[in-house]
Design a protein around this ligand. Structure first.
Ligand code: HEC
Ligand code: HEC
Length: 456
């Protein structure tokens, strides 16, 4: 083949590739995340498909972020229409019931305010001290601005409320307090360890749907909700009906990190499944959104009597407001990196010595394999391997505990470590491992290890 002919063929191919890229661009701006991106007519062309991958990634992140922050999956039919939570939030004066939830009370139960969602005039009023933080009407103003993280109210123009729904961000985002304590920029994936989910749900005028499900009375449900405390939630209560664990302690777990999850195979403290498995589980069975969920493991009447009765093993709703969102939601969560600890929050030299202990004598890295800090593969362990009781493990199908990825540990200092927060400090965690694994760590090695853990 002559050189000139070759150049002509290459030039022709470039024109085809460019035309294909234009078609893909056009298609992708209008295509929905779940629809395959069209490649143009005459067969695969790698250059254009590369760009469609990049565009797809960008779109999934943006859609996923919106879903994570703002999508209720239709769960207002539960929290609003059934529990009437909005009535307790707005209070009697605005057509609801009771005193209402003032911004001060909302912040005290750990709800967070997205400062970037506040309109300029409201910001000015807050700064000038002109917003009455004791008046539920001020909470309504925040809800109107869609500024309460993880909560969407459906309001009428006169300030009364029709309904209210919740989002993933309620438990899995906090704010950086840059405006005021509890008010700032969003930090998606950081567990809100101030949030008292139980207190908030217990504001509802009626808890009958929970009472019916659990086979207890209204007062019984309220008692359970109030036993959780800040930063905790029980994602298995409506499956097995167990409200208390060992020594009569609440069965709730501390809210986990929802960042740094890419590369990790199994999720939740007891490894129920992948991120997208769990997203479908939560959206359908916990948030009470309207979707589709299938998991025959929940049909086990012995282990999950409540789920078996409620039919959580096979949930079908029409229309399905969840399934079409799972791909973007999954992708967004995998894109959230573990945050880096603030400068000066640990001693770098000690941390370096601590790394050697972590990977050596203390054997931590045999399970917490860097840089994921969990095992690649099936990261599950029997309770006795880590020296704790089997209560929470036995509330899941696999009956074991998953090795928790350790990055961004500094964001979950509040509320304690391990699934139920049983170890108040890292010191307590290390003493536990030292005893259980007979590591014979010196006080200095423990100090260095702690600095290393704080540096992750
Ligand atoms: C009411 C609070 C709450 C809400 C709302 C909530 N979660 Fe969670 N989430 C939890 C708790 C508690 C766990 C731990 C459950 C366990 O281990 O049994 C958890 C676990 C997770 C995990 C596993 C993290 C890991 O690797 O261990 C992911 C991912 C997650 N949630 C994502 C979501 C998404 C996405 C949504 C919205 C569809 C959502 N959550 C809604 C409380 C909540
Ligand atoms: C046999 C495997 C294994 C070994 C060895 C191991 N861990 Fe763990 N680690 C786990 C499991 C499983 C969990 C989850 C326990 C739970 O949530 O109840 C965990 C949890 C943790 C947590 C709590 C994280 C959180 O967010 O609550 C820390 C911190 C931790 N490990 C540090 C260490 C250190 C330091 C060492 C070495 C001294 C170590 N681990 C050794 C399996 C292991």
């Amino acid at each position: 083949m002559s050189r000139a002919v070759r150049i002509l063929i290459v030039a022709g191919a470039i024109v085809v590739v460019m035309a294909a890229a234009a078609v893909v661009r056009q298609a992708s701006t209008s295509a929905h995340a779940q629809q395959p991106v069209a490649t143009s007519g005459s067969g695969p062309s790698s250059a254009s498909f590369d760009s469609s991958i990049t565009q797809n990634a960008q779109r999934l992140i943006e859609e996923g972020r919106r879903i994570f922050r703002f999508d209720t999956f239709g769960d207002e039919a539960f929290w609003g229409d059934q529990l009437r939570l909005q009535q307790a939030i707005v209070g009697q004066k605005l057509g609801g019931v009771g005193p209402g939830l003032s911004p001060k009370m909302a912040l005290s139960v750990g709800l967070k305010v997205d400062a970037e969602a506040l309109p300029a005039d409201l910001v000015a009023q807050i700064k000038a001290g002109k917003v009455d933080m004791d008046d539920p009407a001020s909470t309504v103003a925040l809800l109107k601005a869609n500024a309460v993280v993880g909560v969407t109210a459906f309001l009428n123009t006169d300030g009364t409320a029709r309904s209210v729904g919740i989002q993933c961000a309620l438990c899995h985002s906090t704010v950086d307090d840059s405006f005021a304590p509890g008010i700032g920029r969003r930090l998606d994936g950081w567990p809100n360890r101030d949030l008292n989910v139980g207190e908030i749900v217990a504001l509802a005028p009626t808890l009958k749907p929970f009472a019916d499900l659990l086979g207890v009375d209204d007062a019984g449900v309220r008692k359970v909700l109030k036993s959780w405390g800040p930063g905790r939630y029980d994602a298995e209560l409506v499956q097995d009906g167990k409200a208390t664990g060992p020594q009569g302690r609440s069965a709730a777990t501390v809210l986990p990190a929802a960042f740094g999850l890419a590369g990790v195979n199994l999720h939740t403290y007891s490894g129920w499944g992948s991120v997208t498995y769990w997203n479908a589980y939560v959206a359908n069975t916990q948030m009470h959104g309207k979707g589709t969920f299938f998991d025959p493991r929940l049909n086990d009447k012995g282990q999950f009597p409540v789920a078996a009765k409620a039919g959580y093993a096979n949930v079908r709703n029409k229309p399905d407001l969840i399934t079409s969102k799972l791909a973007a939601l999954h992708f967004y969560q995998l894109a959230i990196p573990a945050p880096t600890p603030p400068a000066g929050s640990f001693d770098a030299q000690a941390a370096q010595r601590g790394q050697a202990v972590f990977e050596g004598q203390a054997k931590c890295a045999s399970c917490h394999v860097p840089p994921l800090f969990t095992e690649p593969g099936w990261a599950m362990h029997k309770p006795e391997e880590i020296g704790i009781d089997d209560f929470q493990a036995h509330r899941s199908p696999d009956k074991q505990y998953r090795t928790t990825p350790l990055r961004g540990l500094f964001t979950r200092q509040k509320g304690g470590f391990y699934h139920d927060g049983r170890f108040a400090t890292l010191d307590a965690v290390l003493n536990h491992y030292d005893d259980h694994l007979k590591l014979k760590l010196t006080a200095e090695q423990k100090r260095d290890l702690i600095e290393y853990l704080k540096s992750l």
